[in-house]
Design a protein around this ligand. Structure first.
Ligand code: TYD
Ligand code: MG
Length: 422
């Protein structure tokens, strides 16, 4: 339960006269202007947004503290200014000097990048009215306070009221607003989750703090598709785009060891090749361990059960570890077949063919089920130079000059093709 205080009502409901009232319109009578987009200059981000920033929209960028939200938006600011835009960066967390130091480290700074260190919403509104920027960055929403409320900054009421006010500012001035929201460790209270319904687009920053790649994912977008991802690498000079994530995630793969399988996962519209690693080691303990990183543990138990029952490959008294290389978290069922193959390969201690990729969902009967967008996946497989793809039987026919597509209908059949089972 969260206590919420109502804003102080200064005036009663304003009586509107007839001429001020908004009227319903016929959809057919509306004149259409195509949505023009402004490119942020960072291709990965533009793709995630559905082709660029829509002027006048309010975007929310969420993520854990320290993941790189301020860095990314400061880079975007730099680019926007270089392309002739006027940007106001409001920081409630860092001093103007700190922002300048960081901006300089991330690229050359230009005169049309303004910085305001403020937490009071009225100061921000006044600044917007004074310098009339086209883009506003608020870092972060949890530091803002609206004087109409007496609750503390970062509380649900404040965060919501401030966002609503920024939304009004955006729509009235055709101002594009980026709002940063920290995801707090303990529950998402007063975090970006409470704001998702108000804003036009919600992007989340993901990534393992120990690894230096970062993923930006759209979870909501009123102007484009969701679930798109952009991949970045954190470096000395800020975030660098990773244009070919498959290559990035497959780098460092050793194909001559058992338990390594390559799968194709679809993140938004983008197929991505990822390595699945499995390890099976004999254990003296009566209760063997099952450990999964980046993959659902219950799904692992299920796939092990299917492997045992339908292909007679028994995990038995072994500890079994499954890992998605690169620290990604995969949830798509299309990687099931690859997981099965990795597990079988680990249990039998037989390496899988290095040039083969596995695609397919696995059902309880051990059948290999078809997946969405097989063609797009196969295209990426061919692009990365793999020679063979094991796919579900009922997949669309695909002929690629140097990619052999092998359809299978059961996991037994697939494991025979892969040489793990006789
Ligand atoms: P930051 O953008 O401040 O995170 P957030 O705003 O999400 O809290 O980024 C914090 C981390 O990024 C910090 O630990 C240092 C690292 N970093 C780099 O590695 N290179 C850089 O060029 C910058 C600016 C930051
Ligand atoms: Mg920050």
């Amino acid at each position: 339960m969260v206590e919420e205080q109502l804003p102080i009502q200064e005036k009663g409901r304003r009586a509107k006269n007839e001429s001020m009232r908004v009227k319903p319109q016929r959809l057919t009578e509306l004149s259409l202007k195509p949505v023009s987009r402004v490119l942020s200059g960072i291709a990965e981000l533009d793709r995630v947004l559905g082709g660029g920033i829509v002027p006048g929209s309010l975007l929310l960028l969420g993520g854990e503290p320290g993941i790189g939200k301020s860095t990314l938006l400061l880079q975007v600011c730099n680019r926007l200014v270089q392309n002739g835009g006027k940007v106001l960066y409001v920081s409630g967390e860092e001093s103007a000097e700190q922002v300048r130091l960081r901006a300089e480290r991330l690229g050359s700074i230009m005169p049309d990048l303004f910085v305001l260190c403020a937490v009071d919403l009225d100061d921000i509104i006044a600044a917007v009215e004074e310098i009339k920027p086209e883009f506003l960055v608020v870092d972060s929403i949890q530091t803002l306070v609206s004087s109409t409320l007496s609750s503390a900054p970062g509380s649900v009421a404040q965060v919501r009221e401030c966002t609503a006010e920024l939304l009004r500012l955006a729509k009235n001035n055709r101002l594009t607003v980026f709002v940063i929201g920290h995801v707090t460790k303990f529950g998402a209270i007063a975090g970006p989750k409470t704001l998702e319904h108000m804003v036009d687009a919600v992007l989340y920053f993901e990534g393992e703090p120990s690894l230096n790649y970062r993923i930006v994912r759209t979870v909501k977008n009123r102007y484009g598709p969701t679930n798109e991802i952009g991949v970045f690498e954190m470096s000395e000079a800020g975030l660098i785009e990773v244009a070919n994530p498959s290559e990035f995630f497959l780098s460092g793969r050793r194909s001559d060891v058992s338990g390594s399988a390559v799968v194709v996962t679809l993140e938004g519209s983008r197929p991505m090749l990822v390595e699945i690693q499995a390890l099976a080691t004999p254990t003296p303990f009566p209760l063997p361990q099952r450990v999964a990183t980046g993959f659902d543990l219950r799904r692992l138990a299920l796939l092990l059960g299917i492997l045992e029952r339908r292909a007679s490959i028994n995990g038995g008294r072994r500890d079994i570890f499954l890992n998605v290389a690169g620290g990604l978290k995969l949830t798509e069922p299309a990687i099931d077949l690859g997981v099965i193959a990795a597990l079988a390969s680990a249990i039998r201690n037989t390496p899988l063919p290095a040039d083969t990729v596995m695609i397919g969902e696995v059902g309880l009967a051990g059948e290999v089920r078809s997946v969405t967008r097989t063609e797009a996946r196969l295209k990426e497989v061919a692009r990365l130079g793999f020679k063979r793809a094991v796919v579900p039987l009922r997949s669309p026919k695909m002929n690629k000059s140097n990619l052999r597509v092998v359809p299978v209908d059961t996991i037994g059949g697939a494991l025979k093709v892969l040489g793990v089972k006789k």
